[in-house]
Design a protein around this ligand. Structure first.
Ligand code: E4P
Length: 218
């Protein structure tokens, strides 16, 4: 399973990358705004800064919602760095753009996936990744993990190459359950990734080992 971090915060990206387990980054316009990154040139530079930290795929989202606009923005984003993945919303013109980008060998991440039908359509259009938002489904009393399971079955039935990128991850159990189901990638916040480290028996066991060593080596 690939681990992506879902943030535009450079310090958090560096911290996850330093752990040695980071395979990529996902961003979205809300995450960029949260970091105070505004204006076309600053946003473009920020994507380059992220690409200079992580050796892996970096999703950069288009703002346009019409085919020509998505293609123009997507091509400009893809030209920034070889690791940029063009993030395209699951809308009619987005699906057309996914097909266009796949024919040009430009990597894509189809975002805002909330149903198996949307994931099937994105795969048929040649998306590199689909991003089902599991946390946002949980927020409306619908099991997000069921969607990951459905998409896994469909993609395996037809051997689609599109990778399932479980998004909107909110806690470490989401990561573990997505791994059990067989999501190819998960993207989550730094705190969910770091929470995988923790177990009180590890802390107690280490404290005991260090105390016993200190007793015997005074
Ligand atoms: C995915 O690529 C999105 O950026 C993200 O996972 C959305 O997560 P949220 O529901 O926590 O905003």
């Amino acid at each position: 399973m690939k681990f992506f971090i879902d943030t535009a915060n450079l310090d958090e990206i560096k911290e996850a990358n330093d752990l040695g387990v980071l395979d990529g980054v996902t961003t979205n316009p809300s995450l960029m705004a949260k970091e105070g990154i505004t204006g076309h040139d600053n946003i473009m530079q920020h994507y380059i800064d992220i690409c200079n930290i992580v050796d892996g795929d970096v999703s950069a989202e288009v703002i346009a919602t019409d085919f020509d606009g998505i293609v123009k923005e997507g091509e400009a984003l893809a030209a920034l760095h070889e690791n940029i993945v063009v993030k395209v919303p699951m809308i009619k013109d987005g699906v057309k753009a996914l097909k266009y980008f796949s024919e040009k060998d430009i990597k894509t991440n189809c975002t805002l996936i909330f149903s198996a039908g949307q994931a099937l359509l994105a795969a048929k259009a040649g998306a590199t990744y689909v991003s089902p938002f599991i946390g946002r489904l949980d927020d409306v009393s619908t099991d997000g993990l069921d969607l990951i399971d459905q998409i896994r079955t469909i993609y395996d039935n037809y051997l689609f190459d599109t990778e399932i990128l479980a998004a909107s991850v909110r806690h470490p159990m989401h990561i573990i359950q997505c791994a059990e189901i067989g999501a190819d990638v998960m993207t989550g916040p730094l705190k969910s990734i770091m929470a995988l480290l923790n177990h009180p028996l590890t802390d107690n066991g280490l404290a005991q080992f260090l105390a016993d060593y200190a007793k015997g080596n005074k």
